[in-house]
Design a protein around this ligand. Structure first.
Ligand code: ZN
Length: 468
């Protein structure tokens, strides 16, 4: 049986400062080695000061993943030498003296399959190594410590995944969840990284590291499963090791034999005392937690009669569900949801476009109301929406400038009907025998008015006119 487990590292990108010092948590955009201080580069004599907000955010993640949160937590030193780790140890968490990591024994459901979360720990991110050319052949490696000390939450799952597709679905759910909690922006480069361990029946566990995207992770897992199955068929032993994903050749390559946890010589971090998390703090955090994606989804369906599929898409996207919350009223909720999911998401589909878009909640609400009040047809609303996104002009202004106003004036429509009857005499005769032909004539009227005519009124007038 295939068993896949994950270790996911998520940066708490919404925090102001690093985990143990006041350098910026958002290290992106700095010149190399300028977002550093004696604490995060581990100069002798410097002492860490724990970021309280980081503990709170990590606790919120633990609760959202249905974990137990212990009353007191401890930090440990994980000792190893690597150039991106300036102190030669990483401050992290471990459950040696009972459960002292920020969260344990959680679960999350992926299409009905329960994935257990073994542990969540709060730790510091190392710096970054930058290679000139490929990492295997490079002569030069540069190191940038701007990232060192950034707050990171590591989520360790049990090996509950049965296939790579489940892994991808889980990561999408997790990514939406973190974004919805307002603790992280998973779309930032390096903000969410996953390593995997994978084994097949009778084989040892192989760890895959160095994976840049969720897409690559799925590919790497597929490759690794095929490789292991092929070894097993030839009765070759699958050894326990760490393998790196080679993004260029799309294969995993052996990196080093895996250290056991005992090789890290963990010991309690003496510079940081145990931290008590009072029950009042936990209840406050729980109370202040944003509404979960599943509860939003249920509410959209129940309160506004929004179709399940639309509610699914809307609730799992924080940017758009926030916009929906601001824009909707009892009366226009369904139409606002419709505008967002069928039109807006289609052409404002990247982070950059979201940033550039000039649309606000009032625009959306006005547009939905205009459709409901028959001031504009659903068809023309697409053009209005696109113009708002580009220009930020108001809905009434765009309708008048582009002459998109709904034609519901009887006289005006009757004039167009007269023209159509003249031009389509054959269809007019036919309509008297076959009533469904009348829809063809409605279509002709709509075409002549560029989709602006009120379809219901047009049909009514045509029927009256043709006595059918
Ligand atoms: Zn610092």
């Amino acid at each position: 049986m295939t068993k896949i487990g994950l270790e996911i590292h998520c940066q708490l990108t919404k925090l102001e400062s690093k985990l143990f010092c006041s350098c910026k948590a958002d290290y992106r955009g700095f010149e190399p080695n300028t977002n550093i201080c004696p604490v995060c580069v581990g100069l002798p004599g410097s002492l860490p000061r724990l970021n309280k907000k980081a503990i709170e955010k990590a606790t919120v993640i633990a609760m959202a993943l249905n974990c137990q949160t212990p009353p007191k937590i401890a930090f440990f030193r994980k000792n190893y030498f690597y150039p991106d780790l300036p102190k030669n140890f990483q401050i992290t968490q471990l459950n040696i003296y009972g459960p002292t990591s920020i969260g344990q024994e959680g679960k999350i459901s992926v299409e009905g399959k329960e994935i257990r979360i073994r542990r969540i720990q709060l730790e510091e991110d190392p710096g970054r190594l930058i290679y000139e050319g490929s990492s295997e052949r490079t002569q030069i490696t540069l190191v940038d410590y701007n990232r060192a000390g950034t707050p990171l939450v590591e989520i360790v799952t049990e090996p509950d995944f049965e296939n790579p597709k489940q892994v991808r679905l889980f990561l999408n759910i997790l990514s939406d969840l973190l974004e919805n909690l307002g603790v992280s922006d998973p779309s930032l480069e390096g903000a969410m990284r996953a390593d995997a361990n994978v084994s097949i029946e009778g084989g040892s566990k192989v760890e895959i590291k160095n994976i840049n995207s969720f897409y690559d992770l799925e590919k790497a897992l597929q490759f690794e499963l095929t490789r292991q199955q092929s070894l097993a068929e030839r009765k070759i032993e699958i050894i326990q090791e760490t393998r790196h994903w080679d993004d260029r050749r799309k294969i995993t390559i052996s990196a080093r034999s895996k250290e056991g946890e005992e090789d890290y010589r963990y010991f309690l971090e003496g510079d940081i005392p145990w931290v008590m998390i009072a029950p009042q703090v936990v209840s406050r955090l729980k109370k202040d937690m944003p509404e979960s994606i599943s509860s939003k989804r249920e509410r959209y369906i129940k309160n506004f009669d929004i179709p399940t599929q639309v509610a699914d898409v809307l609730s799992s996207d924080k940017f758009y569900s926030d916009l929906f919350e601001q824009a909707h009223s009892e009366k226009n909720a369904k139409e606002v949801a419709n505008l967002i999911t069928t039109d807006l998401m289609g052409f404002v589909d990247t982070k950059e476009k979201r940033k550039e878009s000039k649309l606000n909640a009032k625009h959306l609400s006005d547009l939905a109301n205009s459709i409901i009040e028959n001031k504009i047809t659903r068809n023309s609303s697409k053009t209005v929406l696109q113009t708002i996104v580009k220009t930020g002009k108001s809905v009434p202004q765009i309708i008048s400038e582009l002459d998109l106003g709904h034609v519901s004036d009887e006289k005006e429509i009757t004039m167009v009907i007269d023209e159509v009857i003249k031009e389509e005499s054959k269809a007019v005769d036919e309509a008297k025998q076959k009533p469904e032909t009348i829809n063809y004539l409605v279509g002709k009227v709509m075409k002549k008015t560029k989709g602006k005519a009120d379809a219901t009124l047009t049909l009514e007038l045509l029927k009256k006119r043709l006595n059918c």
